[in-house]
Design a protein. Sequence first.
Length: 394
Amino acid sequence: MLELDRGLEFVALRAEEDFFPVLPPHPAVCLIEAREVNAEPFLIRTQNLQRRLQRLLGPVDPASKRLNLSDFARDIRYRLTGSPFEQTLTYYQHAKELFPTRYRDLMRLHPAAVLKVNLRNAYPRCYVTRRIPVDEAGVPMGGAYYGPFASRRPAQAFAERVLDLFKVRRCQIKIRRDPTFPGCLYSEMKMCLAPCFAGCTKEEYDVEVQRLVQFLETSGGSMRSTIEEEREKASDQLDFERAAALHKKVEKLDEVLRGQPELTRRIQDLDAVILQRAAEDQTIGVYGVRGGRLAEPFFLRFAEIASQPRSAEQIFREQFESESATTKGDLGEHLWLVARWFYSNPREGEIFFREKDWPYRRILRACSRLLAPKASAEAKPETQGPATNPEGVS
């Protein structure tokens, strides 16, 4: 847990001299603890801790209706945060611990939208859901899950484009395999195998569902490789008409996948690392994502690395290789935290995904970029000339 590692006692009579001047004017998550033993504490997140607490704990103005907690507060505990992601994660962890019944309302938290192929149904279909049941080991069960998406709308739009490539049903009716059933528009257009009126066997439908699952698990790679192999075979056989038709299928597949966020993939395969600049000087916060869940973060202090025998790459390797295979936490909520940051605009920090291995060199270059001094938007050079890099950051 990202602890609230600093604290101050609040005494209203001495606040102007001993309390407010000590507070840093920086982003933070702060817990205001109550004088009354049974009273709930007050948890806030702010972009300026000093200014926010001056408003909450300053002298009472009888003419104002603004919330004032000067009679309520006993002391405070807080954590300075270097990025919106760190602030959101810190607030989430403490809100869930302090207010287990209402932390979702406090954060307006809705589990992330994902696509699900419900394999427990005799005739599965693909649809958008926010619920991911897990087994005792924390692994998603009951189907194949793909995501997360920014919201339900883009998830549904992507599902519609993908289902155009397959003949899996889209209806929500109970399949009875009744030959007298009239069917639907998709069956009339030959875009569904129509199990509702026994238009296919159970085995044929299962094969089509498996093709869909493999497509989602490989982000379209399985279909692309199959079509490209058939296209090359047709070309070798001088069947150019068939090769051209298969090439159009590849183009249609590219159109379906165009603009697909890099974050969306099979949930169990969502392994990534999020890099954020920390509040501490020359420090990077490293937030691992394992199977869609956030691992315990660690902080890389580059000012200390210079005096250590290990390099930054060695530290990354040791941390990633020593992490346990499973992480704790609510999968849907952790996916929401990751997706909320990933789809934010603007997005601070960087993310890297593990494919066969971690891209250590790219991660180190990203750390260098994040630690580089931020250029002031208001600063104007006195003379025109070539840009310089006094810090030597590549």
